[in-house]
Design a protein around this ligand. Structure first.
Ligand code: ADP
Ligand code: ADP
Length: 226
C-alpha cells in the first residue's frame, strides 16, 4: 500500500471557506514528498486532516492502507507529526521531554529510555540531554521537535512548514537531519512555501493552490519545465 493515499478530499470550514476542493494524491513508501504552495493554499488543512486534528468534509485518507476514519488509532500509530510551532515545555530537559512523550504513547519506561538516547544522538543533542530546553539554540529546539516525533518510530513523518521563519543555517541543519531520517527508511512529507526547500530535499511533490493540486510528479520533471 502507499504510505499515504488521499482520494477526493474536501474541507469546508464552518463559515464557508472551501479550504480543500477535491485533493487526490499518493505518496510511495520511502519517498520524500513536498506539498508546495503559497500561504492559504490549504496545506495545513490537509496535514491537519491526515493527522486527525481536523475533520474532513468528505473523501478518504489511508496511511499504509489503514483508513484514518475507520481505524483512527491504528492509523495514528503509523504517523509522527512535527507541528510548526515549538510546543514542548521550555522548562523541561530534552531527555524528559522525550521519555514523557513516549510514556503518553504507552511505551514502557526502559524502552523509552533507550529510544530517548538513540533519538537525542541522532539529533546531535545527546550532550544537551539534561539542560533546560529553554537554553537550546533555535536549531537545537527544532531538532528536538523532530526527535520527539521519532520516539514512536513512525513509518510516516509529517512536518508542517518545518523551516518557516528560521535562518539559512538552521534550515540546512534541519535538512541534514531529515535526509538522515529518510535514508534510514522513514517516509517523509513536508509542507513548504520555499521551492528551494522542496528542490533540495524532495523526490516528488504536489503543488497546491486555492485548495486544489495544480501540478504533481517528480521534482526533476517539474524543474525541467521551469
Ligand atoms: P496553508 O497551510 O497553505 O497556508 P491553510 O490550510 O491554513 O493553508 O488555509 C486554507 C484556507 O482555509 C485559508 O483560506 C484559511 O484562511 C482557511 N482556514 C484555515 N483554518 C481555518 C479555520 N480553522 N476556520 C476557518 N477557515 C480556516
Ligand atoms: P543555531 O544555528 O540555532 O545557533 P545550531 O543547532 O545550528 O544552532 O548550532 C549552533 C552551534 O552549536 C554550531 O556551531 C554547532 O556546531 C553547535 N552544536 C550543534 N549541536 C550541538 C550539540 N548537540 N552540542 C553542542 N554544540 C552543538
Amino acid at each position: 500500500a502507499p504510505a499515504l493515499s488521499v482520494r477526493d478530499l474536501r474541507k469546508t470550514y464552518a463559515g464557508g471557506v472551501e479550504a480543500l476542493k477535491g485533493i487526490s494524491l499518493d505518496v510511495a513508501p520511502g519517498d520524500f514528498f513536498a506539498l508546495l504552495g503559497p500561504n492559504g493554499a490549504g496545506k495545513s488543512t490537509l496535514i491537519g486532516i491526515i493527522s486527525s486534528l481536523v475533520n474532513k468534509t468528505s473523501g478518504d485518507v489511508d496511511i499504509f492502507g489503514v483508513d484514518i476514519a475507520a481505524r483512527r488509532d491504528a492509523a495514528m500509530r503509523l504517523l509522527g507529526l512535527v507541528p510548526q510551532e515549538i510546543n514542548f515545555n521550555l522548562f523541561e530537559k530534552p531527555y524528559d521531554i522525550l521519555v514523557n512523550y513516549a510514556g503518553f504513547y504507552g511505551i514502557p519506561r526502559a524502552e523509552a529510555a533507550q529510544r530517548a538516547e538513540a533519538e537525542l544522538r541522532n539529533a546531535r543533542l545527546w550532550d544537551k540531554a539534561q539542560v533546560m530546553s529553554r537554553t537550546l539554540s533555535g536549531g537545537m529546539k527544532r531538532r528536538l521537535m523532530i526527535a520527539r516525533a521519532m520516539m514512536t518510530r513512525p513509518k510516516l513523518l509529517i512536518l508542517d512548514e518545518p523551516t518557516a521563519g528560521v535562518d539559512i543555517e538552521i534550515r540546512r541543519d534541519m535538512w541534514r537531519t531529515l535526509r538522515e531520517i529518510n535514508a534510514a527508511g522513514t517516509t517523509i512529507i513536508l509542507t513548504t512555501h520555499y521551492l528551494e526547500e522542496a528542490e533540495s530535499l524532495c523526490r516528488n511533490l504536489a503543488i497546491i493552490d486555492h485548495g486544489r493540486i495544480v501540478q504533481q510528479g517528480p521534482m526533476r520533471a517539474l524543474l525541467a519545465q521551469l
